[in-house]
Design a protein. Structure first.
Ligand code: G16
Length: 565
């Protein structure tokens, strides 16, 4: 016989952890075994999230939950449901089977006026029992929590003594529709709605793009595409939107079954980790290719024969062709933005079109603030993130639909569109070196040494020569940003060396890794006319200078980067 007595709400004592400071994207990323082996590690973080929301806002509120389907997703959701109920949340909207892409969660938060969403993902980091797991909280605007909120979370996590949970509550993740639970001491039942993960997002895309024009491009025999979901969350979205609705053949979508370990792939859309796609594009008949990361917010765009569009160029091309997208014809264009390490290609378009350009620190939350204030329409980051103000996250599939809209309008190849763009605006040669899993102390000491070196007054004016190339430092600093909307100041956002010809070298420690430190070096150099050189050859002198100034190899014991993009 079913026991229909109200479910018990318990307060469980716990001990705080000192290391739950949220990352660049506003969440916690750790090896799976950390969540599994440390007592209440997950519970503590979730309690810090709920305790950071004012009780009056939390009581009876709606919260969205989704994840990229990686190992531990299901276990975590069961705990989150039990804790949400015990913490006064009135309704949870959960993606079917607990799976929903990060852009779709952003969309659903906004659509249902939820107070926020909990996203279970470690983004582009590998999954499986030996991989990474992560949790992040997005606020009511649909975007990653702002620093004031994540600081509060961190403060709470450091002195947490108890958490609230409803241990008897069992949710069925496999059945679509509503489920209700009576809780002791609660006047209203707690509700869980299991929703189709694709539907709301697909509706939003229909209102942004001209699906008839896209269908004409994709359903014919002549235009061939290949989209690689890397066994992350986007598989069902690609199949439903690109194949079923827009008529692209089923075999144009690969690795589309979400897997707990991403089939052993590293779901990071770059030239190294998406090597299969790159190979298929080089050899195959495809006109357009793209790969996505595990939670579907990042994208990599390729043209025929594997021609790479760098993310910095991608956002610039979308900006220059923005009226190929019906949404922007309706809303107009309020502003463009890029993160500081992203190349200045977008700046050239902004200047030519007389549209305001914002340079923000790394992290999508900075764009969200500008969008909420109605000052920003399109933005991008060098880390394979591109998006518009339709949601408050970077949006991988949106970027693909944006490119396909440009291709459907211009009927040129990806490479020709890119080359035309460089002819008109000049070219920002751009590369990023990543040194992954560097010893933490060595990385911090290297950055400290570097900062002391470059902020020294004597550094500006110094000249560096490699072969016949000479670069003179114009200025160098640790990037600081004042939010133009609320005047919040964000310091220590990356070390910049800017040369007199506008070339830049930037050093930053990644905020999204889970072990050791990842050191990133970004190099950006503009050429007005010399637009057909090989990027690595073109930037080799600046790369040599970047390594020389930082002494990175000597100070970290590394001999070369793990990934060059
Ligand atoms: C997150 C943020 C992005 C940001 C990236 C930077 O990406 O959402 O806005 O660009 O971090 O990563 P890093 O600090 O490693 O350079 P994701 O996709 O990991 O959530």
């Amino acid at each position: 016989m079913m026991d229909d007595s109200p479910l018990q709400v318990l307060t469980v004592p716990t001990a705080p952890y000192p290391d739950q400071r949220p990352t660049t994207a506003g969440g916690l990323r750790r090896k799976v075994y950390v969540f599994q082996s440390r007592r209440n590690y997950l519970h503590n973080f979730i309690q810090s999230v709920f305790s950071s929301i004012d009780l009056r806002d939390r009581q009876g509120s709606t919260v969205v939950v989704g994840g990229d389907g990686r190992f531990f997703n299901r276990t975590a959701i069961e705990v989150i449901v039990q804790m949400a109920a015990a913490n006064g949340v009135g309704r949870l909207i959960i993606g079917h089977q607990g799976i929903m892409s990060t852009p779709a969660v952003s969309c659903v938060i906004r659509k249902h006026k939820a107070i926020g969403g909990i996203i279970l993902t470690a983004s582009h980091n590998p999954g499986g029992p030996d991989g990474d797991f992560g949790i992040k909280f997005n606020t009511a605007n649909g975007g990653p929590a702002q620093e004031a909120f994540t600081n509060k979370m961190f403060q709470i996590s450091r002195s947490l003594e108890e958490f609230a949970i409803c241990p008897g509550l069992r949710v069925d993740l496999s059945t679509l529709g509503g489920q209700q639970f009576d809780l002791e001491n609660k006047f209203k039942p707690f509700t869980v709605e299991m929703v189709d993960s694709v539907e709301s997002y697909a509706n939003l895309m229909r209102n942004i793009f001209d699906f008839a024009a896209l269908k004409e491009l994709l359903s014919g025999q002549s235009y061939k595409i290949r989209l690689d979901a890397m066994h992350g969350v986007l598989g069902p979205y690609v199949r439903r939107i690109i194949c079923e609705e827009l008529g692209s053949p089923a075999n144009s979508a690969v690795n589309c079954v979400p897997m707990e370990d991403f089939g052993g792939l590293h779901p990071d859309p770059n030239l190294i980790y998406a090597a299969d796609l790159v190979e298929a594009m080089r050899e195959g008949p495809y006109d357009f290719g793209a790969a996505f990361d595990a939670d579907g917010d990042r994208n990599m765009i390729l043209g025929k024969h594997g021609f790479l569009v760098t993310p910095s160029d991608s956002v610039a091309v979308i900006a220059a062709n923005i009226f190929c997208i019906p949404y922007f014809q309706q809303t107009g264009v309020r502003g463009f933005a890029r993160s500081m390490p992203t190349s200045a290609a977008l700046d050239k378009v902004a200047k030519a079109t007389k549209i305001e350009l914002y340079e923000t620190p790394t992290g999508w939350k900075f764009f969200g603030s500008l969008m909420d204030a109605g000052r920003l329409s399109l933005c991008g980051e060098e880390s394979f993130g591109t998006g518009g103000d339709h949601i408050r996250e970077n949006d991988g599939l949106w970027a693909v639909l944006a490119w396909l809209s440009i291709l459907a309008t211009r009927r040129q190849s990806v490479e020709d569109i890119m080359k035309d763009h460089w002819l008109k605006y000049g070219r920002n040669y751009y590369t990023r070196y990543d040194y992954e899993d560097v010893d933490l102390d060595a990385a911090f000491e290297m950055m400290e040494y570097l900062e002391n070196t470059i902020v020294d007054k004597s550094f500006a004016g110094q000249r560096f020569a490699v072969g016949d190339k000479i670069y003179q430092v114009e200025k160098a600093d640790n990037f600081e940003y004042t939010d133009p909307v609320d005047s919040t100041i964000s310091r220590n956002q990356g070390l910049r060396i800017i040369f007199t010809d506008g070339s830049r070298i930037i050093y930053r420690l990644s905020g999204t890794g889970s072990v050791g430190a990842t050191v990133r070096i970004y190099i950006d150099s503009y050429e007005k006319d010399d637009i057909s050189q090989d990027t690595q050859v073109m930037l080799a002198p600046l790369a040599t200078i970047a390594l020389k100034i930082s002494q990175l190899h000597a100070r970290t014991g590394r001999t070369g980067p793990s990934v060059i993009t």
